[in-house]
Structure formats: C-alpha cells, structure tokens
Design a protein around this ligand. Sequence first.
Ligand SMILES: [Zn+2]
Length: 232
Amino acid sequence: MAIRLVLPALICVGAVYGVMYYAAKVQARKDSFTKDELRVIRESPDVMYVTQEIDSLDHIILRKESTELPQAALKGDDYKLLVKKMLVTIQDPSQDGVGLAAPQVGLNRRIAVVQRFDKEGEPFEVYANVRIERLFGDEVDSPEGCLSYPPFSGIVPRRDSVIVSYSDPTSGEKVLESVGGYTAIIFQHECDHLDGHLYIDKADTVFVNPAWESERTSFNYDKPAWLSEINI
Ligand SMILES: [Zn+2]
C-alpha cells in the first residue's frame, strides 16, 4: 500500500525537478553563453578555427539558426574576448576575408564581423543581434566566396541596399542603419549565415575558383580535437 502511494509521488517529484532543470537550462542559455560556448571562446587560439561545410559536425552548426545575445552577455568579458578573436581571425592572412559570422567560429549566436567599405579606412566592425530588416535598391549579381566553403565561388542575386538592425553595445538599444554598395552585400552574406544559410543556397552558379584559394596563405583545415567533443 505504502509503495503504491510513494512511487507515484516520487515520479511526480522527479518530473517536477526535470521540468525545473530544463527550464533553468533554457533560461541560462538566454541569459548568457553556455558552458560549451565559453569553452570555444576561451580555449580557441586568437586565430580561431573556421567551420567547414564539408565537415559533418560543422555542417550542423552552419545550418542552424543562431539566437540573440542578451544585453548582460554583451557587456561581459567573454563577449569582448570573442570580438577580439573574431577580428584577429578575419584579418589574419590565412583567412583574409571581408566578413565573418559567429557560426563560422562554432557559435550559433547572432554576431557578425563586417568590413565597412563605406567608411573611411574601411574598418572591420562587429555587430551583435544583427538582422536584415529590409532589402531595397537595385538587383545585382554578386560574385561571392565563403571561408566555410573553399575553394568555390558563385554569382549570387542580391540587392545593393539594406536596412540592418543590431544592438548598440553600450545601451543595448536596437539601432537601425541604412547601408549601400558592397558593404550591404557583406551584411546580406553574414546575416544569411546567422539564419543557417550559405551563399550556395541562393547562387545562380557555383564554380571552383583556384585563384581565390591561392590568394589565401597556409589556411589551416585542421580542426582541434576538443572542438569535436562539444555540443553547441
Ligand atoms: Zn560566408
């Protein structure tokens, strides 16, 4: 009789704790970086490994929609460290790109580096919670490649102007900005990454481009073993 009463009660308590544990985990992910994300940020060298579409585990990260980062995380030291490493990675001669999205360094978060060809000095800038709000202007055929899919290039139909939104790093307020020209195309390419798409999904033609590949020096295709152990 006692067992008949105690057992269901234990199952009930177990279920409640299970739900609470899951809810706490979901909340923790919303509030900050996860334990595995922190491992990627802290243990990666300054020039981070760039995920590759042909690698089965990297493919999962590249094809997943990224989530936003809350303001608390944007103010933390780990976000600053990630920004620093993403900037070093994209400007390293081994990569030599014009944009880099967080899934390309193993994190499904809406963070992207964009080279601002529309600003003096053509600086690289990092945007958190970045999205394309509106596409407008002329349709253009954009020649594109991707650090996650060498040595291919493709011709992608794009628009030459966008309105982007992102979080102001200091206030956390949503900022809207109108961008045109080549920089607008980089924003489109990087925001596609954050939605789980690669340029090859939209390209009219894709072809091997050995010249593009040879412009890069000593690209490191070797994936650190510990990166395969984590579950982003
Ligand atoms: Zn890309």
